[in-house]
Design a protein. Sequence first.
Length: 379
Amino acid sequence: MKTIRFGIIGGGLMGREFASVTARWCNVLDMPVRPELVAVCSATNRLFPWYKESFPSIRQATTDYRELLANPAVEAVYCAVPHHLHQQIYCDTIAAGKHLMGEKPFGIDLAANTAIVECGQQHPEVFVRCVSEFPFYPGVQRIGQMIEAGAFGQLLEVSAGFLHSSDLDTAKPINWKRMSQFNGEYGCMGDLGMHICHVPFRAGWRPMNVRAILSNVVPQRPDGKGQMVACDTWDNATLLCEATDGAGTFPMTLKTQRISPGEKNTWYIEIKGTKACARFSTKNPKRLEILEYRGGEQIWQQIDTGYETAFKTITGGLFEFGFADTMLQMVASFLHELAGEKMPRKFAGCATPEETAMSHRLFTAALRSQRECSTVKID
Ligand SMILES: NC(=O)c1ccc[n+]([C@@H]2O[C@H](COP(=O)([O-])OP(=O)(O)OC[C@H]3O[C@@H](n4cnc5c(N)ncnc54)[C@H](O)[C@@H]3O)[C@@H](O)[C@H]2O)c1
C-alpha cells in the first residue's frame, strides 16, 4: 500500500479531527493508499505537544507554514485556517506542488476563490479538493444513488440547511468566525453554506437566481476581556433560489443559521419529486425517509440505515455511523481519487474547486440580494 505523507496547516478544531482520522486508518479496507502525518503548522505552539504525543510520525512542528511547504517529506496538505488566510496559503500550497485538501469556504470571498481555482488550473499535476463530509452519511449516499437513478421524477422542490444554536447565548465570547475581517462578509453562508450546496450541485442542480434574507441577530458580543465588541457577520441566512436541473425549474431553499433554537448541528436535505420524495437530517442520523409514488396511497417509509459506506471498512453493517465516520470516509475518498482509482459513486467525492466557485457565485449574489432587497440573477 502506498503512503501519502501529509502536513496539517491549521492545527485547531478541524486539524485535530483530520489528524485523528489518520490514526484510525486500519478501519478502512481495500484502499490503495494510506495517509501518514509528518508535519504540523499552527499560529501558536499550544497544541504541538498533543500532536507529537499522539503522532510519533510527526517530524516537523512549526508556526511558519512556508517551512512546512518547503519540507520535501510533505506530499499533501490538509489546511484548516481562518478564511482570510485561505487564498494565500492554498495558492502557496498548490504552487509548492503539494496536493491540497482545503477547508471551506475555499476563499474568504469570490475574488479569493477565483484566485485559488485558477491557481489549481495552472497546476494540473496537483490534486485539489474542498472538504465536504456530510454527503458521506449512509442516508445521504442512498439519496445520491436515487438521484443517479433518476428516481425522483420531475423535481418539485429541494430544501437543504445547516442549523446551529450555540450563538443564541449572547454571553458567548466572540471568536474569529463572528468577525467579517477573518470570516468574511458571507458570515454564516461562508461557514455552513458549502456543506449544504454540495449535494444539489453534484446532482447538477444550478441556482439561476436568489432572493436572500440575511439577519445579524447579535450585533455585539463580549470579547472575553470585559468589553463588548462588534459582531459584524450574518448570523442567519435564508436563500430562496429558482433552480434548474436542465429539464425544468423548481424552488430550492437553502438555510444556514447559527441561531436556530433547538438545533445543535443539524444538516438536512429534503427532495420532493413527482415519483419519489426523500428526507434526511443529522438530528436523527440513521433515519432515512422515503416516499415512492406508484399510484395509490402516498406513504412515507422510515428506514434505519446501518454502517453502509461508500468506502469499505471493518465496522459491522448494523452499527451506527457518526460525524467522525464522515471525516474518515471523506479522507478515504480524497486518497482514492488522488490515487487515480475509479470512484465508487458520483456522490462519494469531496467538493471540486468548480463546485466551490458555484457556491461563491451564489453567496455573492445573496449578499447583493440582501443589499438591494431584490432577486439577483446568478451568472
Ligand atoms: N468541515 C467542517 O465540518 C468544519 C467545521 C469547522 C470549521 N471548518 C473550517 O475549518 C477551518 C478552520 O476552522 P477551525 O474551526 O478548525 O478553526 P480553529 O480556530 O479551531 O483553528 C484554526 C487554526 O488555524 C491556525 N492558524 C491561524 N493562522 C495561521 C497561520 N498564519 N499559519 C498557520 N496556522 C494558522 C490557528 O493556530 C488554529 O490552530 C475554516 O476554514 C472553517 O470554515 C470546517
